[in-house]
Design a binder for this molecule. Sequence first.
Ligand SMILES: Nc1ncnc2c1ncn2[C@@H]1O[C@H](COP(=O)(O)OP(=O)(O)OP(=O)(O)O)[C@@H](O)[C@H]1O
Ligand SMILES: [Mg+2]
Length: 275
Amino acid sequence: MNIDRLEEMRVFPTFNKVDNVGLPVQSFESLSFENVSFNYPDKDEVVLRELSFDLNQGERLLILGATGAGKSTVANLILGLLPTEKGRILFNGYDIHTLQIKSLRDVVAYVPQEPSLFSGSIKENVMLANLSAADDEYRVALDTAQLSPEIAAFPDKDATKVGHRGLDVSGGQKQRITIARALIKKPKLLILDDITASLDAENEEKLWQAINEHYPNTAAIVISHRLSTLRYVDSVLFLDAEGRGHKGSHDELVFSNQEYHDFLHEHFEEVRYEV
Ligand SMILES: Nc1ncnc2c1ncn2[C@@H]1O[C@H](COP(=O)(O)OP(=O)(O)OP(=O)(O)O)[C@@H](O)[C@H]1O
Ligand SMILES: [Mg+2]
């Protein structure tokens, strides 16, 4: 392994702070936020205010909210990348702080909003999450992430080098490589942080069809700025401007929550009737 790669792994957040203490996680049954309040240590502003919601095995949740509402913060809390000080996050009924974070991250796959690739081939970048994956599992992950046609057009196909000094792939391609990396682990809970830019509506439709076919019963938390994502989820968690969360079906929220209604009108004027 070259120095570039070692340095990248050192700074790559998901591979940081991997400690082996705590109860190992082997499955995903439930996730519960119980009155979680959060602010970043260097800022007084409250990001999340007494946030409570549940997610069960196989369920899919769309998180909606304005820029800065705290959507990525929720994802980072679930992964144990940020500490919870007020309230509790229960994973399978256990406080997340009592669990072995390394094993939690084997069960939960996270596609960050700003994904990173390592210096190496596309194949190495995907396989990294599951070095023992069979070739057909690798192909299915690439197909599901809607990458295969583009990779076929790359100079060295999936041996094409990316990352530092590699081929300059687009932000969207980078994120889809990261989606393939997440899927190859066969996660029980998939967290996609803002996939709006990397998949257009048509490719998003194909992504969910392929997930349903090849990775059935995968629970998902999806952050998206595209309202058509509603078609692929069971419920919505709306984070309002005060950092409070409101969970329900889209229809329930539209009729019961004025702020959600206004948010939709403000942000989704052009696609409002598409759902
Ligand atoms: N590492 C950090 N340190 C300090 N403040 C942060 C940090 N990360 C995020 N914030 C602040 O916390 C708030 C919530 O940020 P977060 O990234 O969770 O929002 P978001 O809903 O994901 O926004 P976006 O739609 O733009 O991705 C914002 O005000 C942001 O500026
Ligand atoms: Mg974000």
